[in-house]
Design a protein around this ligand. Structure first.
Ligand SMILES: *Cc1c(COP(=O)(O)O)cnc(C)c1O
Length: 429
């Protein structure tokens, strides 16, 4: 079970590696970090964030593509600031996310605003900030947006999120482009919705968008969706409606165990082939990657509290739980689990579980590990949909977050205290 020194943690994690038998994030030894800052602790690698963004930038080359980071995957200000510095735009889904973007001084003109339930105050703030585009998901939303824009004396730039009815072949909870999903406007109704948008005051049609799902490990669903969107754009042109940009959403998968996700280049090269072939080479493209920019740039450190053995199972009870990392519970998602300092001892199969009072509270099942009490474990691929989904269930304060940068580390979110949780509550007189 001992990893040789300097072996990468996973193919997808080049910035987390074992050195002298200790797992490191870049130049920082994680056993020391856990001892200093406590666990559960989210640890991100700045170099990994940059490498993931660079992967998109190199695939884009000179082509007109704006990367709008799907920030719901990880909205820590330090992460946002890093992407803003690199020139990224942002895909937001709430007024709260807009405030985060503004807080790091990012350019609102590179922000697209998605989401099925935008409220009037969120629309007002986004209009005042001057976002690039509202990705509108229903005719009712068009009417609300038109009213708000008129009242504010502003023009809302809009794209309709079209549901192309393609099967992204991913987990049902993260597949969004099928008819039975709540997202977007059915593609058959899209021309009519665009005609409505064209008549409403305060709106300017600028784009078409879709987002078909998450953790896609095959690019063919994107091309199916693209072809349907281009058919739609043809029909729209027949009604005199033209657009500036096409937004294909996010969704590129990452490696959690043995997936081989496609590269941004594989996606973009074929997308531009098809755009050119259909006479749309002039269209600007927007992508909204979330997971593929941050997922493998983070891990979650946790400490073994107790080992428990019964006839059927061995349990490693750790101090991180479903309230810290919900994905295993919510999606039966796989996350690798490794010892930060692997032991030279015989491994057993452990269920790695948290202290929360739910049977669904587990982080990994049947993992081969050689463990003792107080060992620190790393839960891999925890940079996306990790901390952002954390809750205070069981009155558990949320974890701290750290960004490693070479030999340095920075606490980018303080650990919550129980006092923080009680603040704001009161009893009756
Ligand atoms: C969640 C989401 C994204 C990001 O998805 P990933 O799978 O993390 O890349 C992009 N666009 C929209 C509209 C989303 O809801």
């Amino acid at each position: 079970m001992t990893a040789p020194s300097s072996q990468p943690l996973l193919a997808g994690h080049p910035h987390f590696h074992y050195k002298h038998g200790v797992l490191h994030a870049e130049g920082v030894a994680l056993d020391i970090l856990a001892a200093k800052l406590g666990t559960p602790l989210y640890v991100y690698s700045r170099a990994a964030l940059r490498a993931a963004y660079d992967n998109y930038r190199q695939a884009i080359g000179e082509r007109p593509v704006l990367v709008c980071y799907g920030m719901k995957a990880n909205s820590n200000l330090a992460v946002l600031k890093e992407f803003a510095r690199l020139g990224a735009g942002f895909d937001i889904v709430s007024g709260g996310e807009l405030q985060r973007v503004l807080a790091v001084g990012a350019d609102p003109a590179k922000v697209v605003f998605s989401g099925v339930g935008k409220q009037a105050w969120e629309m007002r703030e986004a209009l005042a900030a001057g976002v690039k585009c509202f990705n509108v998901e229903s005719t009712a939303e068009l009417h609300r947006l038109s009213k708000v824009a008129q009242a504010e004396g502003r023009i809302a730039r809009v794209s309709l999120r079209v549901n192309p009815d393609v099967d992204a072949q991913t987990h049902p909870y993260i597949s969004t482009g099928l008819k039975e999903n709540k997202f977007g406007i059915a593609i058959e109704e899209a021309v009519q919705a665009y005609q409505t948008a064209a008549t409403l005051p305060g709106l300017k049609i600028v784009g078409v968008d879709c987002h078909i799902g998450s953790q896609l490990t095959d690019v063919s669903p994107y091309f199916d969706a693209l072809d349907k969107l281009l058919d739609l754009i043809d029909r729209m042109a027949g009604h005199g409606i033209t657009i500036e940009h096409l937004d294909l959403g996010g969704g590129l998968g990452i490696r959690y165990s043995d997936e081989v996700p496609p590269s941004p280049k594989a996606l973009l090269d074929e997308v531009f082939n098809r755009l050119q072939a259909r006479g749309y080479g002039h269209l600007h493209l927007v992508l909204e990657p979330g997971r593929s920019l941050v997922g493998n740039a983070g891990i979650l450190l946790t400490t073994v509290q107790f080992l428990k053995h019964n006839e059927a199972r061995n349990f490693a009870i750790v101090d991180a739980a479903m309230n810290d990392l919900l994905r295993p519970t919510l999606y039966q998602a796989y996350h690798g689990v490794r010892a930060v300092v692997p032991r030279q001892a015989e491994a057993r199969l452990y269920d790695v579980v948290g202290p929360v009072c739910e049977s669904g509270d587990w982080l990994g099942k049947e993992r081969s590990l050689a463990l003792e009490q107080d060992d620190v474990l790393a839960v891999e691929s925890a940079g996306a949909y990790g901390m952002v989904m954390a809750s205070n269930y069981n009155t558990r304060p949320r974890a701290a977050e750290v960004m490693v940068d070479g030999e340095q580390y920075h606490i980018v979110r303080q650990r919550e205290s129980v006092e923080d949780l009680l603040k704001g509550e009161s009893t009756l007189p």
